[in-house]
Write a protein that binds this ligand. Structure first.
Ligand code: MN
Length: 518
């Protein structure tokens, strides 16, 4: 009989610790709604004590999301656990996830505590959390580098104290699969009261082995896996949800386990997470990368056309990747447009639909065929990614460039509802000139950390998609812009980034200390 593996998603907590991936409350909610559609068992929504913004986000997720359990992270301190409970308590099934280090390296150099002291703190934290709820998870930070008999001792004690989930993290991504699996087996064989709890793992990808280690742990008795969408997370990231889930789904012949994940929502969730976090998915990424189902070799193409299973171990459909069906053109009406978006899984209200339809019409005037990818991008830039108020708005942009002209830009924009400009300036290139003009009009002091342009579909009339990363006073944001004209797309991306910086400054005065990693 197949055993269920519980999916604990930590995209909103560990995933958000990806450098540069700040998510605001609204963005976290959007991702959480997708995680609910995916049907994950637990959403770790954040680390409530770490900052007011994180507290707010966890509370918002706990209030709205009804399907999955909602967990918050808390160090083994009273004030952390209190804040965590305040944030999660309105969930259908709230969970407190508390943790402490168990490795001698951390005990000696970071905490300066003895094993006995740490054991006492762990038990005390779990007992304290149990006053609020019986759904308490305990993690032994840096467990994979800890003395295994000490972990057995701590786990045995915290189960007696009331913990119902025991997490064994490979915090620094140091393990290899055979070794990691053997450690799990040792725990299963030596913790006398383990039948009263579920064993969990949390693997990091520093050696590219997070998914392999996670699967090795499952084969040895683990029944909860902590994963993230697109493998986001500290440093090299966490085990990726889509890879773990599809490995179990595809190799049921060898791995007799199942998850409750609705796999058709994997791709939409991956795209949304990538857009909102500003962390792109590499094209050769398993399951959700742009090339994951692209067959380049003639022999492979021939095979797939005759019978997909010749070279495809799973179907693109099974993870929610739909082939372009009926492209739209400038004669397509509002009704066809609305139906098309429905088909693609977007439910917009009338105001949003009008906005996207207007952009679609102007796009269709300039571009012969509007593909599904163009539509997704329109919805993303007009609705999903516009989740911050538009303090800055592009009004007019005229650019001169080419081999015979010194590049220059003339820009008019709205700043806080007032027209600013026109302002003309020369630059090293048309984008440089445009950015100089916008920076001047917006009165911004930000630094451009990254600028990337890609094309959404093939062809010279394809839309350009620009991603920028901006930094100001330690705040890092991502901006996105799309347009058939790459200079305009660049301007939109920059202004989108400025709006996000402005919003960050307005909403959270100072982001709290960076959460300790688990
Ligand atoms: Mn972690």
């Amino acid at each position: 009989m197949a055993h269920k593996v519980f999916i604990f998603d930590t995209t909103l907590r560990d995933g958000e610790q990806t450098p540069g991936a700040n998510l605001n409350v609204d963005e976290k909610l959007q991702i959480a709604r997708h995680l609910e559609l995916l049907n994950v068992d637990v959403i770790e929504a954040g680390f409530p004590f770490s900052s007011p913004g994180d507290f707010e986000a966890v509370r918002a997720v706990a209030r709205e999301i009804r399907g999955p359990q909602i967990a918050g992270l808390a160090r083994a301190f009273v004030q952390d656990i209190d804040a965590c409970w305040e944030a999660v308590k309105e969930a259908t099934d709230p969970r407190i996830h508390t943790f402490i280090s168990t490795s001698d390296i951390h005990l000696k150099h970071q905490m300066r505590k003895s094993r006995e002291e740490v054991l006492e703190m762990a038990v005390a934290a779990v007992k304290y959390a149990c006053r609020y709820t019986s759904n308490v998870e305990f993690s032994a930070m840096d467990a994979s580098r800890s003395d295994l008999d000490y972990v057995v001792q701590v786990f045995t004690a915290v189960i007696d104290a009331g913990a119902t989930t025991l997490n064994f993290p490979d915090t620094v991504g140091y393990s290899i699969p055979e070794e990691f699996g053997a450690k799990i087996k040792y725990l299963v064989d030596h913790i006398p009261n383990l039948h009263r709890a579920i064993l969990s793992v949390h693997c990091h990808n520093d050696l590219g082995l997070a998914v392999a280690n996670t699967l090795a742990a499952v084969s040895n008795g683990v029944r909860q896996v902590e994963v993230t969408i697109n493998g986001l997370g500290e440093r090299a990231g966490n085990a990726s949800l889509e890879e773990v889930v599809m490995s179990l789904a595809t190799r049921g012949d060898l791995l007799h386990y199942y998850t409750d994940i609705v796999t058709q929502y994997i791709y939409p969730t991956s795209r949304l997470t990538s857009k909102l976090s500003g962390v792109p998915v590499q094209p050769n990424k398993a399951i959700v990368g742009a090339n994951a189902f692209a067959h380049e070799s003639g022999i492979h193409q021939d095979g797939v056309l005759k019978e997909a299973s010749t070279f495809e171990i799973m179907t693109p459909n099974s993870v929610g990747i739909k082939k372009s069906t009926m492209p739209l053109g400038k004669l397509s009406g509002r009704h066809a447009f609305k139906n098309k978006l429905r088909e693609m899984g977007f439910y917009l209200n009338d105001e949003e639909l009008n906005r996207v339809f207007t952009r679609f019409k102007s796009l269709a005037d300039r571009k012969k065929t509007v593909f599904d990818e163009d539509l997704i991008s329109l919805v993303e830039t007009e609705v999903i990614y516009k989740s911050v108020p538009e303090h800055f708005k592009l009004a007019e942009l005229v650019v001169l460039a080419g081999t015979m002209a010194r590049p220059s830009a003339n820009v008019k924009m709205e700043v806080g509802g007032h027209l600013a400009g026109p302002y003309s300036v020369l630059g090293d290139g048309p984008i440089d000139a445009t950015y100089k003009a916008i920076t001047h009009l917006a009165g911004s002091k930000c630094t451009l950390l990254k600028f990337a342009v890609s094309s959404i579909t093939g062809g010279t009339d394809a839309q350009g998609e620009v991603t920028v990363r901006l930094e100001e006073d330690g705040r890092v944001v991502t901006g996105q812009g799309v347009d058939p004209d790459v200079i305009t797309a660049s301007a939109r991306a920059f202004i989108n980034g400025l709006n996000r910086l402005h919003f960050l400054k307005e909403t959270e005065a100072v982001k709290g200390p960076k959460p300790e990693e688990l």
